[in-house]
Design a protein around this ligand. Structure first.
Ligand code: HAS
Length: 573
């Protein structure tokens, strides 16, 4: 589909700006591994301290880049499948808010006024403007979604009998979940944290803010994942030379995410005393359930790859794997997708370990957790972002991709780097290595009394992996920005590789109607969060504690802070 100038400018801005910031995100990621391995034994480098760098790494990579990508990919999906541009008011307003919010946050992080990490847990305090910036970014993304709904309604009128394309359904599921889950974090940021950080209120209920954050924080991880799944179901079968094994299974997997991803955030709070055992048990069961659509995806996408391998002449049980277009520069997207999937096998399995309450007690707050999430968010999520960003930039700008052979090897280098980084973090985590800690200041500094020799190998492996990831990212940046600054040689267009379905399956009405699923999603969220909220108010109350990110010492001395809270129906023995 041809594209208007203003829609083109919006899409290119939404790809170029976060990719430029991602340079800062990657730099700070590599620095983390140097601090942790003890190569750096100081608080700060070039005026950026450990926590400031970690905050930039998390906020830019996990919130800014992913949200921009979800919006831009959504625009391109609507353009390609519905053959229409969304209304100008929606895509323009959305991009302006997102860019403004991001710039506010980036300036604050560089100035050191926001260094409470991407989870911005109270009682760590950011500048009040940080909460405004983050809210603008999120609200901007909602507005893009509202525009797509208007476009879809028009398309539906003109095509009353056509099935909703899978990629459109997946995008709508993702953004519905996003809107539902970002209401609690908007409340947390604007109603609780902002007035408190501006000094208009004094007290803060820490467990309440953490619960509100995780009501958003876990659906957030699926908001990162679903664009990647959309690419695996609707693009990968085409670029690997096959067909999608089952369209109904794909629809079912996305709709299951809609009902199961919103109520599971409490699994990040298994170690918090305010949550009662029954709540934790229920959430643990729901978390196992939310793995089901991923197991379905492993089967359906795996079967689609087998179909592709066999179409390319494979015989026997397993040699279809060797017939796939590995290292094929004409099919460079395949490398990004398959490397993401391979990492996700281990990312997913480690998630199931996390979800098991008893095992969580061993791994929580250790290096195991970032080991897990680098094989998920830095696995399928980021690799699809990288592959699709350069693809979309080239199509929408009409510029040919430069350095195609480098673009083709980047995902494999990234795969090896991420596997090493995660292995080091997880092995260290199992030996008690804490996450979010500048280990070089003590535990991995041989001249310090707290030096721990057991963490030397694990942190060194992590560092080697981190440096390889940094190198892969550097090569990618060279190719991406050479493409972006190249000359326009082709007609600009909005188009995607589109996989056909292998079988003509009987449509199942429930898989074509989102309303019952939205209802169940809200119901399960209420069933989980009403008891969780009761737990929070039973066992906690607002306190005056105030900490700075770089110091664990409470700035406010008050006997009130040590008061033990017991519910009316409990006695201390
Ligand atoms: Fe997680 C913590 C549980 C998935 C991200 N997770 C995190 C954090 C992040 C994160 C960022 O229950 C840390 C947050 C913080 O800062 O504190 N997670 C899970 C579970 C899943 C899961 C059960 N997580 C993700 C995804 C993420 C992500 C996806 C980002 C994108 N996670 C947890 C828990 C915690 C947690 C606890 C709290 C830990 C703590 O104590 O702090 C599941 O959804 C995973 C299911 C996945 C699978 C894998 C399916 C495999 C596929 C690949 C197939 C391969 C093929 C290729 C087809 C079952 C689809 C074949 C090709 C050939 C050639 C052979």
């Amino acid at each position: 589909m041809n594209i208007s100038k203003s829609f083109q400018r919006t899409i290119l801005t939404g790809l170029f700006m976060p990719m430029s910031l991602f340079i800062l995100g990657v730099y700070n990621g590599v620095m983390q591994t140097l601090y942790r391995a003890g190569v750096l034994q100081q608080e700060a480098v070039a005026g950026i301290n450990y926590y400031q760098g970690l905050t930039m790494h998390g906020v830019i990579n996990a919130i800014v880049l992913t949200t921009f990508f979800a919006v831009v990919f959504g625009h391109v999906i609507m353009g390609h499948y519905l053959k229409k541009e969304p209304p100008k008011w929606s895509y323009k307003t959305s991009m302006i808010l997102m860019v403004a919010g991001t710039l506010i946050d980036v300036v604050l992080m560089i100035m050191g006024k926001a260094q409470a990490l991407y989870t911005f847990y109270a009682p760590l305090k950011n500048s009040p403007l940080f909460y405004v910036g983050t809210s603008l970014l999120i609200i901007g993304s909602w507005i893009a979604f509202f525009g797509w709904i208007a476009t879809y309604k028009e398309w539906r009128k003109e095509n009353p009998d056509t099935k909703m394309p899978i990629a459109v359904l997946a995008t709508f599921v993702n953004f519905t979940m996003w809107v539902i889950s970002s209401i609690p974090v908007a409340y947390e940021s604007l109603v609780i944290l902002l007035p408190w950080s501006a000094g208009w209120t004094e007290d803060i209920n820490v467990p309440l803010t953490r619960m509100l954050f995780w009501m958003f924080g876990h659906p957030l991880v699926y908001f990162w994942l679903l664009p990647a799944y959309t690419a695996f179901y609707t693009i990968l079968p085409k670029v690997s030379g096959g067909k999608l094994y089952s369209g109904n299974a794909a629809r079912m997997a996305f709709l299951l995410f809609l009902i199961l991803s919103t109520p599971v955030g409490v699994h990040h709070q298994f170690s918090e005393p305010v949550m009662e055992q029954g709540t934790k048990m229920w959430v643990s069961i729901l978390t196992f359930a939310v793995s089901i659509p991923s197991f379905m995806t492993a089967f359906t996408v795996g079967a689609s790859l087998e179909v592709a391998g066999r179409k390319r002449g494979a015989k026997g049980l397993l040699n279809w794997m060797t017939h796939l277009p590995w290292f094929d520069s004409k099919n460079y997207l395949f490398g990004y997708f398959i490397c993401g999937l391979l990492l996700f096998i281990f990312g997913g399995l480690s998630g199931i370990v996390n979800a098991s309450y008893a095992l969580n007690q061993m791994v929580h707050n250790t290096g195991w957790v970032p080991g897990h999430f680098h094989m998920t968010v830095a696995g399928p999520t980021l690799l699809v972002i990288l592959g699709m960003s350069i693809y979309m930039y080239s199509k929408v700008s009409g510029k040919k991709i430069k350095m195609l052979s480098i673009v083709t090897i980047v995902p494999y280098l990234w795969l090896i780097g991420t596997a090493l980084l995660s292995h080091g973090l997880m092995a260290g985590g199992l030996m008690g290595e804490p996450r979010r800690t500048n280990l070089g200041m003590s535990y991995t500094n041989p001249s310090h009394e707290l030096f721990n020799q057991y963490w030397v190998n694990s942190t060194t492996t992590t560092m080697i992996g981190g440096i390889m990831m940094g190198l892969a990212a550097f090569l990618y940046f060279v190719a991406f920005f050479s493409t972006a600054f190249g000359k326009t040689t082709e007609q600009a267009s909005v188009e995607l590789p589109e996989a056909e379905e292998l079988h003509e399956e009987k449509p199942i009405p429930l898989l074509h109607n989102m309303k019952p699923w939205i209802f169940v999603s809200i119901l399960l969220t209420l069933i989980t969060y009403i008891p969780s909220l009761k737990n929070v108010f039973k066992y906690s109350e607002p306190v005056k504690n105030k900490f700075e990110a770089e110091s664990p010492v409470n700035k406010i001395e008050s006997s009130n802070n040590t008061k033990q809270i017991i519910s009316k129906d409990e006695k201390i023995e």
